[in-house]
Design a protein around this ligand. Sequence first.
Ligand code: IMP
Ligand code: MG
Length: 177
Amino acid sequence: MHTDIEEILISEEQIHQRAKELGEMISKDYEGKRPILIGLLKGSVPFLAELMKHITVDLEIDFMDVSSYEGTESTGDVRINKDLENSVKDDDLIIVEDIIDTGKTLKKVIEILYSKGAKSVKVATLLDKPEGRITSDIEGDYVGFTVPNCFLVGFGLDYNQKYRNLPYVGILKKECY
Ligand code: IMP
Ligand code: MG
């Protein structure tokens, strides 16, 4: 275990097992369709890679980079740093996120995707932190794990761009931030 980690909250095995279950659910729900997975950079990358292996319908992937976080505090400010490569008009989209906290990022991204003419927009997230929510109408459709309101890193989640490569989700030691 990394020396900056207080405790492993979710192991690599648990993540792999859950990604398989979610992939199977998505495969059933999207039978006969060809969804586009919209990965939100950069935190969703490991989860998207794990999840897509278990989706059996044809799909496409595309990425957006939006940011609303600086350090451990939300600025409440959502910027688009990188937009989608292809049109999503009349497409079925599944946003892939690392974690839903306040819900502000997703609310904004969902609005943007519908304004681009998406037919449907669902959300797959590795983690959900419901205690952090300030927009009550935002929920994950495919949720890996519900987690407590503490600062987590690993499996894509970072603190100042560090720890994304950890193969598990862990609680960062207080003295590290
Ligand atoms: P929201 O708009 O507050 O829901 O922000 C979601 C984004 O905040 C996620 O995509 C993460 O990038 C970041 N975030 C929220 N909680 C954590 C955490 O515990 N660790 C690392 N990043 C987090
Ligand atoms: Mg993020």
